[in-house]
Ligand binder design. Structure first.
Ligand SMILES: Nc1nc2c(ncn2[C@@H]2O[C@H](COP(=O)(O)OP(=O)(O)OP(=O)(O)O)[C@@H](O)[C@H]2O)c(=O)[nH]1
Ligand SMILES: [Mg+2]
Length: 460
């Protein structure tokens, strides 16, 4: 820790009325603050590290008591930030927590920025970037599997994987450099024979594995799922069915839904961000047009589409358009209203329907819902079982850096084989190493650091 580091504080629990609220303080002023604003019930002059003390919190400027609290004092370096840390467990209420925070700030402490505690943990070398990012993932995780993957990463599993890759790259680079320094020693010939294979086996293959494992992010982030279809097809009814609550307004009037209605659910263990959208049709007014435009945009961003079709009406142009627009995506055709007589000519539309698997349901009665959920799971996982066994869940930033590294290493292989100068091969290897270093934070720019830590909530 640098000696001139200031002391920061923030409310670490959500604002609102609750049993307990926590104020977190980190930095060199911690011991002094404890002495100034806290009187333990059993008087003591020395606070032991990592112990809880019951006592009274005071405002030293007025001498007035604020709250009875549990205070823990944790001496560096065995703390979240590797600095001295104090946590005050008080009752929770907006005014009370604000008063405590204000009293702490009055002692020469600065309000922490979002993620600044974790930033300090990173800057003080307790965790690397992959672990810091996993803390955000853990907080935002949408499924049990996501929590497992993120907590593995918090503990450093991905960091260790990347470190192994870096060590392998450093080893190969060392051989390349020997070949540059001693060209007459046949080291060049040896490197050209064995180096390329080593790069392929020790670097390229595992990196490709990690890029593939990026798909396991669905457990952490959830799948962007759009319910789309013609007006009145029963999209909002389907959303309500899946959620088991009356979340969206359902009426027989076409064009009921205008805004996107978003909810998170878990289908067979897979987290989905489910979006009910405005029905597609030739638009009559401005408000509806905006809704339809928004639907189209959401459709392009979707990872997964539920195309709802009212099978009690003949297939229309809008139905067909939505199916065609979903091409190239994961999608399911949901034939709705099977409690009504069918009026769709399946034979005439066989080609359109062959584009995606379809499921028959009635959102009104609930018939077919279980089959639909199973079909959704199969469609999302696409028969892949590997996503569940993966240990790493590289995020988009990691994936980009891995792709960069992969390209450099592939170039190094072809250059080695094509007898390019060893200096060029070494340069590719170094660039690949830098790309790997970006993942752990060794070679990450300040901008990227800022954007990562700004995703945190206050107090973390
Ligand atoms: N018989 C029958 N009626 C249904 C079914 N699903 C929905 N409906 C009815 O169809 C009408 C439209 O349903 P919504 O869920 O509002 O349809 P929507 O696709 O969200 O419509 P917009 O928001 O206007 O695009 C309502 O009267 C529903 O009760 C079903 O499975 N069977
Ligand atoms: Mg609707």
């Amino acid at each position: 820790m640098s000696p001139d580091q200031d002391t920061i504080a923030a409310i670490a629990t959500p604002i609102g009325q609750a049993g307990i609220g926590i104020i977190r303080i980190s930095g060199p002023l911690c011991p002094e603050i404890v002495r100034k604003i806290f009187r333990p019930k059993n008087p003591t002059t020395t606070f032991k590290s990592h112990r809880l003390y019951l006592g009274q919190l005071y405002d030293p400027s007025s001498g007035n008591p604020i709250d009875e609290v549990l205070l823990s004092f944790m001496r560096r370096p065995h703390t979240y930030t590797r600095e001295d840390v104090v946590e005050i467990n008080s009752h929770s209420g907006y005014a009370l927590l604000s008063k405590i925070l204000e009293t702490v700030l009055d002692q020469g402490v600065r309000l922490a920025r979002p993620g600044e505690f974790t930033l300090r943990a990173f800057l003080n070398g307790r965790i690397d970037l992959t672990q810091a990012e996993a803390v955000i993932d853990l907080i935002n995780s949408q499924s049990e599997r996501g929590i497992y993957l993120s907590s593995q990463q918090v503990q450093g599993s991905f960091r260790a994987d990347i470190e192994r890759l870096r060590q392998a790259a450093i080893g190969i680079l060392a051989h390349a450099e020997v070949a540059i320094d001693f060209p007459e020693e046949e080291t060049d010939t040896v490197f050209r024979k064995e180096g390329a294979t080593a790069i392929e086996k020790e670097l390229i293959a595992p990196i490709e594995g990690f890029i593939e494992a990026h798909k396991s992010r669905i457990w952490v982030d959830g799948i962007n799922t759009v319910i789309a279809g013609r007006v009145n097809a029963g999209k909002s009814s389907l959303l309500n069915r899946l959620l088991n609550e009356q979340r969206a307004i359902v009426t027989p009037i076409p064009g009921t839904t205008r805004d996107i209605i978003e909810s998170t659910i878990n289908i067979e263990g897979i987290p989905l961000r489910l979006m009910d959208t405005a029905g597609i049709r030739k638009v009559k007014n401005e408000v509806e047009r905006l809704g339809v435009d928004l639907t189209k945009r959401k459709l392009t961003e979707a990872d997964f589409v539920l195309i709802v079709i009212d099978q009690s009406r003949p297939l229309g142009r809008d139905d067909r358009d939505i199916i065609l627009q979903s091409q190239g995506k994961r999608a399911l055709i949901v034939m709705n209203k099977i409690d009504l007589p069918p009026r769709i000519d399946h034979e005439a539309n066989a080609e359109t329907f062959s584009l995606f698997p379809s499921v028959r349901i009635s959102a009104l009665t609930g018939q077919g819902l279980d089959t639909l959920k199973k079909a959704m799971k199969d469609c999302i996982l696409g028969g892949r079982s590997d996503v569940t066994s993966s240990h790493a869940a590289p995020n988009l930033r990691h994936r980009r850096a891995l792709s960069d590294a992969l390209q450099f290493f592939k170039d190094a292989v072809s250059e080695t084989r094509e007898e390019a100068p060893m200096e060029i091969v070494a340069l590719e290897l170094k660039s690949g190493l830098d790309a790997l270093g970006e993942i752990t934070g060794e070679t990450t720019s300040e901008d990227i650091l800022n954007s990562i830590f700004s995703q945190f909530c206050l107090g973390k």
